[in-house]
Write a protein that binds this ligand. Structure first.
Ligand code: ADP
Length: 216
């Protein structure tokens, strides 16, 4: 079952339309099509997150078990994000040795995508996001740091809850439904890791994920 199929098909049709209109010399359709594509991407993400949420609740979310290099996953995510977002530069500090884990590559990609997208979304006045990967004997620690609006102290535990959104001034100006971090926390938990967050209002936030490395 793939409930995303109609959306995929809609996206393809938008691309087709762009080509056909281009051939007819109708260039001013481009911004409209780009907005349509952006909205379609948002709906696709929303449907995906709602499905994930239902599966988490039903205990039927499935994970692949493969060897994953977190450095490679990060590189892919950075490329995807930088194609869509040009407001922020993502500065990456890589690990000295390859951070190999056992787990689900797509889910780990989703985890990183959520953390980095949030860092960008909640730091409209900044232009860099820093991502660090460090390895120790047994674990890899990944941190995503932004110079954004920050999260009030008393709400820091709650942001990992389903549908929770911080209520600090200005927070509500940002679109979202409060599902991302709940899914991130689930993915981290499945991989046997932990997630913490530090933040200073008006200065920024750092999300830190620690995951066990593959045993050799
Ligand atoms: P969404 O962004 O869709 O609201 P999330 O589950 O990803 O949902 O995040 C939950 C809440 O945590 C957000 O609504 C926001 O208030 C807060 N938050 C998450 N990441 C950041 C960040 N990098 N900086 C400031 N606030 C954040």
């Amino acid at each position: 079952m793939n409930s995303k199929t109609p959306l995929t098909s809609l996206k393809l049709q938008t691309q087709l339309l762009r080509k056909q209109l281009g051939k007819q010399g109708i260039d001013n359709a481009d911004p409209v099509l780009s907005r349509m594509e952006a909205q379609l991407n948002m709906v696709t993400r929303l449907v995906g997150e709602l499905l994930d949420l239902s599966k988490i609740q039903a205990g039927t979310l499935e994970y692949a078990q493969e060897t994953v290099n977190l450095d490679d996953v990060l590189q892919e995510v950075v490329e995807i994000v930088q194609q869509m977002q040009t407001t922020h530069t993502i500065v990456v500090h890589r690990a000295a040795s390859p951070p190999l884990l056992v787990g689900d590559k797509d889910r780990l990609e989703q985890m990183l995508l959520n953390l980095i997208s949030n860092a960008i979304k909640y730091s409209p006045g900044a232009n860099t996001i820093e991502v660090d990967i460090k390895t120790s004997e047994e674990a890899v620690t990944l941190s995503v740091h932004d110079q954004g609006i920050g999260i009030p102290q008393e709400q820091r535990e709650k942001i990992f809850e389903r549908f929770y959104r911080a209520v600090a001034p200005h927070q509500r100006a940002f679109p979202g439904l409060g599902m991302g971090l709940y899914i991130v926390a689930e993915i981290v938990k499945y991989h046997g890791g932990s997630i913490t967050m530090e933040s200073e209002m008006g200065k920024g936030s750092t999300f830190q994920v620690t995951l066990p490395l593959k045993r050799t």
